[in-house]
Design a protein around this ligand. Structure first.
Ligand code: NI
Length: 254
């Protein structure tokens, strides 16, 4: 059994075939999925899917690319929704210096505020960190985020940075990139992360793994991520599936 800890199947793309996407995931051995929030107008849809499907879980948070949607109302909404039993984390939150460097201070402030909300609610955080490793790390340490649980989603740092994160007790989530031929750093991370700190994800509809690279991604394909990691580590697929599923269940309480 596998768990896709990060998938955006609440998006329009999947609206008319959500049942089929969940069924295909099950056919591939993917039993549970987590849909992270991106901005407040999407939260209702996530709640609806969580309530309709027993194996769908959600997170709420404001993504760094959506900071303009963060205000007091959004914050109160996040706090309220965190009481929902299927909202199991705050996310995705973090820093993104790839798309927009003009509001770095605001990104940091909003990231920090959401970490504190997660800590109050005692729920883990799903971290989006793109080209902002030192600043993300500093904020995570400063706020003692490890206390509530940290997932470094779509990890894109070096093996050394992975080690730093692991030393703090953070989890490393890997997705389709690990299957890309030229993804040397991520493959190295996949080989060296302790098994008890590893999680799997798709980030669907993005980051589609080989052999479907270039096409639309879906939760079922987390299987290819697990297969590649097993190959890189020279262990069985079952070992990766079991360990990552146990980690997700423990951390996310699903
Ligand atoms: Ni995402």
């Amino acid at each position: 059994m596998l768990i896709d800890t990060h998938t955006h199947i609440d998006m329009e793309n999947f609206a008319d075939r959500f049942d089929a996407v969940v069924q295909t995931a099950k056919d591939y051995g993917v039993e549970k999925v987590v849909i992270p929030g991106v901005e407040p107008s999407g939260f209702d849809r996530i709640i609806k899917l969580c309530e309709e499907y027993p194996d769908v879980y959600g997170a709420v948070g404001v993504h760094p690319e959506e900071l303009n949607s963060y205000n007091e109302e959004a914050e109160n909404r996040i706090k309220e929704l965190l009481k929902h039993k299927k909202i199991i984390a705050v996310g995705e939150i973090g820093l993104d210096y790839y798309w927009d460097k003009s509001q770095i201070e605001k990104q940091k402030e909003i990231f920090e505020r959401q970490i504190l909300i997660a800590k109050q609610a005692q729920k883990p955080i799903l971290v989006h960190d793109r080209e902002a490793h030192p600043d993300s790390f500093e904020i995570l340490k400063k706020t003692n985020a490890a206390e509530t649980g940290v997932v470094m989603h779509c990890f894109s740092g070096s093996p050394e940075f992975a080690q730093q994160c692991i030393n703090e007790g953070f989890y490393i989530a890997l997705g389709g990139v690990v299957t890309f031929k030229n993804a040397k750093k991520v493959k190295e991370v996949a080989k060296t992360v302790p098994l008890d700190k590893l999680l799997l994800e798709t980030d669907a509809p993005y980051m589609t793994p080989v052999p479907f690279r270039g096409k639309e991604n879906q939760p079922a394909y987390v299987k290819f991520v697990a297969e590649e990691i097993a190959k890189l580590r020279g262990v069985s697929f079952e070992e990766i599936a079991e360990a990552t599923t146990a980690n997700a269940k423990k951390l996310l309480k699903i």
